[in-house]
Ligand binder design. Structure first.
Ligand SMILES: Cc1cc2nc3c(=O)[nH]c(=O)nc-3n(C[C@H](O)[C@H](O)[C@H](O)COP(=O)(O)OP(=O)(O)OC[C@H]3O[C@@H](n4cnc5c(N)ncnc54)[C@H](O)[C@@H]3O)c2cc1C
Length: 492
């Protein structure tokens, strides 16, 4: 057995970069002190990275939040459940209108666990261009062993600590009050709602916003939730070397030659393929994620890890240590929450995750101000619209009819992907990334109108190979009919 020293997260160059960013933040209240962790891990000399365990991380930020004072009244205009990207951005924006907001989360100061990748232009448009760990000017897509594409659209890994600091700073400046607890129960009367927390504390508000993520139990559905699932296993790893160029991230690597000696894995991958998503930070540090784009039911996590181990072996990537890992399970598509309903949602609980890609964080950050405007129109200083009119307007702000219709289209994309095997998936992305960048970029960023989506479909069909056209003709009619039916229902 060989003994490897585990890298202390706070001593790693990438994390050191994070810390220097914190220092650059202007507010004196912004202080970040990652807890020190030292670990020793052992792994078999010939074993793969699955033997390695990341160190326990107890990262929390030190930040002067305004905590709820129990001696004061427990009634607010708006209560936001959850301090993820969605909750904090919404709380900050709503409070910016002078509306009293309380944000409730079991750990408002914990570093978010997920790693976020976004297109740089999406973050720049919102003024978050300083919230990246690293950006890559290009991305690559490996269709198969012979064919790859370079996408000229910069991509970035979000510095989640810095983004959270920015949002917390905005919340503090705008007067958001925080309470550290888990919400157990939400109740509604005609013009007022209340929450009960696991510490026994009860709060009342005119509006409750659920930003508690994908696992929320506070939002109702009136149709069966037939989600697809994105599943991925990701590691930020110190490696001896890797074969990827440093100026581009790997958006998708659909190559499968690593499964040549693994017939069972190869067969399963041909049916329900997974790809590698990789962000090379330097020649020895890389984020690697084996991803099932969408499957129903979700692919087994073990299967994804085994495929990843085979891939890394084949690519000659020897993992020396794992700095952090992530297990990703994202429900995609399926019906929207019932609208309107007494609880309003944003983020994972609101149905805004992109049904064909699993992307969501940029869209959430962009939509929160729209929702905040709708809330301010009702609860701001000049107007006092509450109860069902309030819920109706706010849900409409989140899901206007045009957005519901475009979502049907993106869900159609997901249903189509669910029907494609490896061969079909490769053909699909080969044609997709040959589209005019306005279309493929707009599709991935959920910003195309219904008319543009129709144009995209025609263009995609035009770019498709003959076998891909055959796939579309034979496998798409059922999802197409479903989409048209849903569109008809939405527009009636
Ligand atoms: C591993 C992973 C990686 C992802 N990577 C990307 C990516 O690269 N790009 C992208 O665009 N999207 C990505 N996503 C999808 C999506 O953007 C994230 O899930 C994002 O974190 C969702 O934000 P949110 O604020 O809605 O929920 P969350 O980030 O899940 O935050 C919810 C918050 O609510 C709190 N909470 C939960 N229940 C309660 C309760 N009962 N009471 C009070 N508080 C509660 C939680 O503690 C948490 O703080 C990823 C998802 C996962 C799971």
């Amino acid at each position: 057995m060989e003994t490897l020293k585990f890298i202390r997260p706070s001593s790693h160059p990438l994390l050191a970069l994070h810390q220097s960013n914190y220092k650059a933040l202007k507010s004196p209240s912004l202080k970040y002190k990652p807890k020190k962790v030292t670990h020793t891990v052992q792994c078999s000399k010939y074993g793969n990275f699955l033997d390695l365990k990341p160190g326990k991380r107890h990262e929390s930020m030190e930040f002067d939040l305004s905590w709820y004072d129990p001696s004061k009244r427990s009634r607010f205009d708006v209560i936001v459940i959850g301090a993820g990207p969605a909750g904090l951005r919404l709380a900050e924006r709503v409070a910016g209108y002078g509306i009293q907001v309380c944000c409730v989360d079991p750990s408002p100061l914990c570093v978010w666990p997920n790693n976020y990748g976004v297109w740089v232009d999406e973050f720049e448009a919102m003024g978050f261009q300083d919230c990246f760990d690293k950006t890559w000017p290009m991305s690559s897509v490996y269709i198969n062993e012979e064919k790859s594409k370079v996408l000229n659209r910069p991509y970035g890994r979000v510095n989640r600590e810095k983004l959270k600091m920015r949002l917390l700073g905005g919340c503090v400046s705008n007067g958001v009050v925080f309470h550290k607890a888990k919400v157990w129960k939400v109740d509604h009367q005609e013009f007022e709602s209340s929450i009960l927390c696991d510490d026994g504390k009860e709060f009342k508000a005119s509006l409750i916003v659920d930003a508690s993520g994908f696992a929320s139990t506070f939002v109702d559905y009136d149709k069966p939730r037939n989600h697809g699932y994105q599943l991925a296993h990701g590691i930020l790893a110190e490696v001896e070397s890797h074969p990827f160029e440093l100026d581009r991230m790997v958006l998708m690597d659909w190559r499968d030659s690593h499964l040549g000696n693994e017939p069972a894995l190869r067969f399963a991958n041909a049916k329900s393929p997974t790809f590698l998503y990789a962000m090379p930070f330097d020649s020895n540090l890389i984020f690697l994620e084996e991803t099932s784009l969408v499957s129903r039911p979700a692919l087994s996590y073990k299967e994804v890890k085994l495929r990843m181990a085979a891939r890394l072996r084949h690519l000659g990537i020897r993992v020396k240590s794992i700095i952090e890992d992530e297990k990703c399970l994202i429900p995609m598509g399926g019906p929207l929450p019932r609208t309107p309903q007494d609880v309003v949602a944003i983020g994972g609980s609101s149905g805004i995750v992109h049904p064909s890609t699993g992307y969501m964080v940029a869209r959430t950050l962009a939509l929160a101000p729209v929702l905040a405007d709708a809330i301010a129109e009702c609860l701001g200083s000049t107007r006092m619209i509450r109860g069902s009119s309030l819920y109706h307007r706010v849900w409409n702000g989140l899901w206007p009819i045009e957005s519901k219709c475009t979502r049907e289209f993106y869900s159609f994309g997901m249903e189509t992907l669910l029907k494609l095997d490896l061969h079909g998936t490769r053909n699909f992305f080969d044609a997709f990334f040959d589209l005019d960048p306005h279309y493929w970029q707009g599709f991935l960023s959920s910003r195309l109108s219904l008319k543009e989506l129709a144009m995209l479909s025609l263009s995609l069909f035009g770019h498709a190979s003959n076998s891909s056209k055959m796939d579309i003709v034979t496998k798409c009619p059922a999802p197409l009919v479903k989409m048209l039916g849903n569109l008809a229902v939405e527009t009636i």
